[in-house]
Design a protein. Structure first.
Ligand code: DUC
Ligand code: ZN
Ligand code: ZN
Length: 494
């Protein structure tokens, strides 16, 4: 009898740093052998002529979550994780989202229960933090961080979600002290509101005006301001869903100055344009997300940011809303751009789109592809080496890609519950045909092979940017010390 539960043989393995031919032996959900000439186990996959890559990590997706406007996502943990798996992603990190007035521990307990019942691949959580009260900052966040939720997103826009700069500083200081990473949605709220008001006053309500209201400069300004706040405390920050050149330039400058600034982008900023919102009626709602898709020059800048390492993460920002009155169109054909639920689906096509347009075109090496879609996410959120790579001791999360398979993207072939895809009709080349999570074959022969609730919760460790910042910076930062002392005296005074 074989010492392995499963073997994957004859494939070409790529990690973020290496490419080589070897067989993989898997036991108890982990990779335990990596060498040529392994004898087949009773369960054996012949990966000859295929790429054997780490399963993807999608570290920015919205699943079974209420939006700021109170709209429920179309995907629950079942449909979202099934869809992820069919697209080669074996770990997702969605958001346990606090709405004002809610207690963080309650939010997380509810979200954890929903996920445990339904997820088919593994998952960790970020928080969305909208109400940084004193108990949240002093008690709830530190406890949740110790329980493995080591990243949280704050918003600079959306009335119901946004924090002021002073609140963001409070959150950054707590994250810094407790070992967590703050993710920022950077758009200037006042600029957007002003533009919305004047567009509406002139009767400009069609979906295409969403992209006008969410102006590139609103993103550029907020990105610069967010970075300034992080630099004041000399603490790490991740700018999410970056879409345009000036924001990327600002991030690059901060990185060259030695600030601990990291950044992510998403498929919609490489493969869609603001022009896509300009369709008859309200059809353009299918392309409304924030920040919105931009122009060809922005797409070029985003590609460049991925190639030169300014942008380290490629996530979907999957935010699924159906094209009907349950989601995108609360007012049917009369829905104005301001009322359209913001967000696009992308969990399943994230990796195939980048594989086809990045690797197959020669823009990216296969190793860069792995880094951008898996390994860098595991580093960023404290999941390496368990997730995001192929190595002895790592979880056996593997996607076996057929680089020759040509696919015509259409919603009918996808597994989410959104009812449309913004990438309808695109021809791409390369698709993950077998997907393995913790040694379990999740997808094979275009069929789901596992049941609801078989995914596991992952506790994230300290994010690598936090460890690096701690190691590199001088121990005394007067501004941080000021925060610590004033927090302590506020607590004593109670
Ligand atoms: N923008 C966000 O900030 N989150 C969800 C989707 C979107 O478009
Ligand atoms: Zn956002
Ligand atoms: Zn998002």
């Amino acid at each position: 009898m074989s010492e392995f539960d499963l073997t994957v043989r004859n494939g070409r393995i790529a990690t973020a740093s290496e490419t080589y031919e070897a067989d993989i032996g898997i036991r108890d959900g982990r990779i335990v052998a990596l060498q040529q000439g392994l004898a087949p186990a009773a369960h054996d996959i012949d990966a000859a002529g295929r790429w054997v890559l780490p399963g993807g990590i999608d570290s920015h997706c919205h699943v079974e979550q209420l939006s700021g406007m109170g709209v429920m996502c179309a995907d629950d943990f079942y449909s979202a994780t099934v869809s992820a798996a069919f697209g080669g992603t074996t770990t997702i990190i969605p958001f346990a989202a606090q709405h004002r007035g809610q207690l963080l521990p309650d939010v997380v307990a509810d979200y954890a229960r929903r996920a445990a019942e339904k997820a088919v691949v593994d998952y960790a959580f970020h928080l969305i933090l909208t109400d940084p009260t004193e108990p949240a900052l002093t008690d709830h966040l530190p406890t949740l961080i110790r329980d493995g939720i080591t990243s949280f997103k704050v918003f600079m826009t959306y009335k119901a979600l946004k924090l002021g700069d002073d609140q963001i500083l409070d959150v950054l200081a707590v994250a810094d002290r407790e070992g967590a990473l703050v993710m920022v949605h950077a758009e200037n709220n006042e600029i957007i509101d002003w533009l919305v008001r004047h567009l509406q006053a002139q009767g400009y309500t069609a979906p295409k005006y969403h992209a006008v209201a969410h102006a590139p400069l609103a993103e550029a300004e907020a990105t610069n301001r967010a970075i300034t706040l992080a630099r004041l405390l000399d603490t790490p920050m991740l700018i999410v869903h970056v879409s345009q050149a000036e924001a990327i330039a600002t991030i690059g400058t901060a990185q060259r100055l030695g600030a601990h600034i990291h950044a992510e982008t998403c498929p919609q900023y490489l493969f869609l344009k603001a022009d896509d919102l300009d369709l008859p009626g309200v059809e353009g709602a299918k392309f409304c997300c924030s920040p919105p898709p931009r122009d060809a020059a922005s797409q070029q800048a985003v590609w460049q940011g991925l190639l030169d390492g300014t942008l380290k993460l490629f996530s979907s920002d999957h935010a699924p809303y159906r094209y009907d009155d349950s989601g995108k169109l609360p007012n049917g054909e009369k829905t104005t751009f301001k009322q359209i639920a913001n967000g696009l689906p992308g969990l399943e096509v994230r990796m195939p789109l980048l594989f086809s347009e990045g690797v197959q075109t020669g823009r990216l090496t296969i190793n860069e592809f792995v880094a951008l879609t898996a390994t860098n996410h595991a580093r960023m959120y404290g999941l390496l080496p368990r997730k995001g790579t192929i190595a002895i001791g790592s979880d056996a999360d593997i996607a076996i890609w057929n680089a020759e398979r040509e696919v015509l993207i259409s919603h009918s072939m996808l597994h989410d519950n959104v009812g449309y895809t913004p990438y309808e009709g695109r021809r791409i080349k390369g698709w993950p045909e077998v997907v393995i999570s913790r040694g379990r074959i999740v997808v094979q022969d275009q069929t789901l092979q596992v049941g609801r609730g078989s995914g596991q919760y992952l506790r994230c460790g300290v994010p690598e940017p936090v460890l690096k910042a701690r190691a590199l910076r001088p121990p005394d930062n007067f501004v941080r010390t000021l925060f610590e002392h004033s927090q302590a005296s506020q607590k004593d005074a109670q």
